[in-house]
Design a protein around this ligand. Structure first.
Ligand code: PLP
Length: 246
């Protein structure tokens, strides 16, 4: 009997530069020995310096891709990246509500590191209202955490802001420290009442797609049955190795 590898459904946009988005996700999943299925949300034309064009896939086709992926084979985890607008966020939420037992890792992509907006304001609100309640782990970097919790007081701590995302329905939050200073890169894994630091050496890099790589590596580990804590620790080491090898 042939061995069946775990499978992750990637819901994301493409990036013509290959630096981020769907291609980065699939490369990471392949390196983690996990199969990939996909639902493409948008096609973006980019270099590493600029976004020159974006076309969104219709929400009904996004919904259909997800439904057909689930009809194709057993899926062990879902990884979500760029969504673009509210109608696509709603289509994704509607399709995933039927599969609530499967771990969902949400990278809340708002801006491209090359400058363009990848989720509009209504999309951000829909993500908070409809997608967070379906999310096992949301993985904001510090600017994304600020955008997602702009209702918090200006002085609110990182952990208070992460708690707000838990109150909106996410089961866990991984706040990435990549945009902070210091020799160490500290990510915080926050679940109800518990904040665990994940510490690693900081690698100075302008490389795009590190958020995609981390979230995909976490999804790959969850698909293989790892705990959230071990999946996040493995993925942090994976990103360190990836960046160090460049
Ligand atoms: N998805 C697409 C299509 C992108 O262009 C980008 C950023 O440029 C991202 C996702 C987010 O990338 P990152 O992994 O750096 O957050």
């Amino acid at each position: 009997m042939s061995e069946v590898r775990p499978a992750v459904l990637v819901i994301a946009g493409s990036d013509s530069s290959g630096g981020a988005g769907l291609l980065r996700d699939v490369q990471t999943l392949s390196a983690c020995n996990v199969d990939a299925l996909c639902a493409i949300t948008a096609v973006t034309s980019q270099t590493h310096q600029r976004v020159s064009g974006i076309e969104f896939i219709s929400p009904s086709l996004v919904h259909q891709q997800i439904t057909d992926a689930f009809a194709t084979r057993h899926i062990d985890a879902v990884k979500i990246g760029m969504l673009g607008n509210a109608a696509i966020v709603q289509a994704v939420a509607r399709a995933l509500r039927n599969h609530s037992a499967i771990p969902v890792v949400l990278d809340p992509v708002i801006l491209s590191s090359s400058g363009g907006e990848l989720l509009d304001a209504a999309g951000l609100q829909a993500l908070l209202d409809e997608l967070l309640p379906l999310t096992t782990l949301v993985t904001p970097n510090l600017p994304e955490l600020m955008r997602l919790t702009n209702e918090a007081e200006a002085q609110a701590s990182l952990q208070q802001r992460a708690e707000l995302l838990l109150q909106r329905g996410a089961q866990a939050v991984l706040v990435k420290g990549g945009h902070a200073d210091g020799d160490e890169s500290i990510d915080w894994l926050v679940t109800a009442g518990i904040a665990t630091p994940l510490v690693g050496p900081r690698v100075p890099t302008q490389r795009r797609g590190t958020g995609c790589t981390l979230a995909s590596a976490i999804a790959a580990q969850l698909a293989g049955g790892a705990s959230l804590r071990l999946a996040c620790a493995f993925a942090k080491q994976y990103v360190f190795n990836y960046l160090s090898a460049l």
